[in-house]
Design a protein around this ligand. Sequence first.
Ligand code: SAH
Ligand code: TYD
Ligand code: ZN
Length: 437
Amino acid sequence: MESIAEGLRGTADPLGVHKGFAAVGCAHRFVRMSACRICGGNLTEYVDFGRQPLSDAFVKPDQTENEFFFRLAVAMCEACTMVQLVEEVPRDRMFHHDYPYQSSGSSVMRKHFELVAHRFLDSELTSDDPFIVEIGSNDGIMLKAVSDAGIKHLGVEPSGAVGEMARSKGVRVRTAFFEESTATEIAESEGHADVIYAANTICHIPYLDSIFRGVDALLKPGGVFVFEDPYFGDIVEKTSFDQIYDEHFYLFTARSVRAMAQRFGFDLVDVERLPVHGGEVRYSISRQGERTPTAAVAALLAEEDERRLAEPATVEAFGASVRKIRDDLVALLTKLKEEGRTVAAYGATAKSATVANYCGLGPELVSYVSDTTPAKQHRLTPGSHIPVYPPEVFRENYPEYALLFAWNHADEIMANEQGFRDAGGKWILYVPEVRVV
Ligand code: SAH
Ligand code: TYD
Ligand code: ZN
């Protein structure tokens, strides 16, 4: 497979070929890692979610025979503490022209990214020739505000359809995977960037050595690389195990990100905890010696030490909490079925692939999923084959219970669907524990 870093011991696994899946060359197989993808250290495996599909591969009802599966399990590096998946899905299987996730599906996220843009415009994009590059710009949710401000920008986004949506908003997009070669080309053709930004994308990228070399090639002296991703500290605290799926290859902590940055000639100079998507951290990285780390970095590192976040016992305890949630959720849904209750789900999230496939949910327990994304509607959820319908279906005939797969958007969804509650409907939540509200 083309993206394996030099010197790593990842091996294409000939046994990793599943039902209905044609193994016609290395790029079509997943890769099982025996060593840390960042530093080559030993990996210890902790939580095994079993056979899982591609989380965003919503299937046409007549195409359920061709699904791709891999083994989803989480390991931690004994040397650098990076938490990572043990199998790597080839990137083109996940991110392609029809990748369905649209960032602008949440008004809370639209507001969040407008604030991000304005923060960069106010404090980082003040040079004579400001330029910002976004990795994984999706439908242009963040760069639209930069474009509207008339500032030079470029999104690098491999998924074609969402890239087109961004272009229709006036955002410049290069349809490509960001990596060292892309970054070098951009530096040559467009000049160097003051800011390189990525949200919910760096944790998707196993080949971070190439990303850091690319950032080094593209960033101006004194420039900053900022990325925000789900925080392992929140995942453990809330047992939000559904943040673990094919696309989320890494689960970052301040400690593991700092070790990684230093390994590649950079330093972690700021951190900020964010409430979005159930808890994230925004990391600011600059070349070693260029910026002084803030007190927030030391404080978060100290908090992680105090919580023993990167210790085996903590990750083992997380595994036990995950199994309890699975058992409680299956027990609740089975009981509701036996009582003849109607149960649907809300939000055909990528996260829900892990919940549905790990818990063995299917249309007999959850009759359908309501979702606003056109590219997911009238398809089946990956692996679990629950039909996805537009919210009108939900509103025309409310179920008695709705399993909130998009729990990270709970406030927004519950406010929009007040009619469901008014009609006596109850929400089922499973993070941080299974409960009916
Ligand atoms: N930034 C958006 C989108 C996150 S989804 C948000 O926070 O909502 C992750 C995005 O990263 C997808 O659109 C995917 O196509 C893109 N992506 C995956 N690998 C990438 C790479 N190597 N370079 C650039 N984008 C990538
Ligand atoms: P999200 O939790 O943002 O991400 P992921 O797929 O990475 O887990 O996905 C939210 C999903 O929920 C997305 O498919 C859009 C859908 N959605 C609704 O149907 N209605 C809503 O009001 C909101 C906010 C989201
Ligand atoms: Zn490591």
